[in-house]
Design a protein around this ligand. Sequence first.
Ligand SMILES: [Ca+2]
Ligand SMILES: [Ca+2]
Length: 176
Amino acid sequence: MLLGLTAALAAGGVSTAAAGQDSAEETGALAQYEGKTINLAESWEGADVCRQQASGELNCWDEADEALTAAGSEVGIQAASDCTASYFCLWDGANFTGARLELPMDTFLDLLSNYGFEDRASSVYNRSVYFAQLFDNDYSDFPSLAVAPGSQYSDLNTLSHPYGGTWNDRADLAIF
Ligand SMILES: [Ca+2]
Ligand SMILES: [Ca+2]
């Protein structure tokens, strides 16, 4: 597992290349937001939610727009159920609040730095049928946190990290 991970990291940009983008050698995932292209590794430009579509497209939008289109939804209330079915979701804040990144489960790994989301996740929800793992690549042996299908962690501050402290704002890599 770790050998495969290391090889994949050495190859670089696996998920970006798999998404069919031309900029595989550049760092940063390019997303569509309010009619313009933004590089998530540089800035979310104020977007609240970004979703890597299974088709390879990456789209971002504002939470307010999402609430307007979801008829009967609890406007302004952020919840784990905001996570799109079959996706793996990461939130900047605890209790499923703040900026949200949605990743499909059709890629082997996603470097969160490509999305400007390394050392940032504070709550997660694996709303898919596949097993997922988060890794902290600040350490050579890649400590990992398993997130079983259908499971969620509302506050990564409550999970101990093997190198001390907690998993809050530590994950850099997601593997499915
Ligand atoms: Ca955070
Ligand atoms: Ca880290």
